[in-house]
Ligand binder design. Sequence first.
Ligand SMILES: [Zn+2]
Length: 158
Amino acid sequence: MSEEKTLKISKIEDGIVIDHINPGSAMEVLSVLKINGKSGFTVSLLMNVRTSKGNSKDVVKIEKKNLRKKELDLISMVSPNATINIVENFVIKEKFNVSLPETVHDIIRCQNQNCVTNAKEPVKTVFTMEKKGDKLLYRCHYCERTMTMDEIRNSITK
Ligand SMILES: [Zn+2]
């Protein structure tokens, strides 16, 4: 392969391309997917790429990776506008937007220290989406504490 070709970010043969990630959030996406340098995946990462519309976005390509429902939910909470492209044999087989789940199981940690989900033998968390004006919140099923999207992002990317 020519050097010119290898210097560009190449197409992937099999795997996923997570596109339209909020600019600067690519690392958070990798973090919620628990992908780091030691996980063995071949990862390409583009940050603050200019789109044709003049906006910026991040793009992450992960070879030989499938996404489970829980991972899609996590990505939606970091970057609700992300799109997922599933690539097989260099061809995009499927393309869809992530969507914020109405109900989330075992992903968000409740901020209320006295919540039963933070007890010594914790119960798995369940949160339900609520709209408050144009804001989205998630409410804990057990203690009714609400969390903003910023709080959730902070708690899942830690
Ligand atoms: Zn709670």
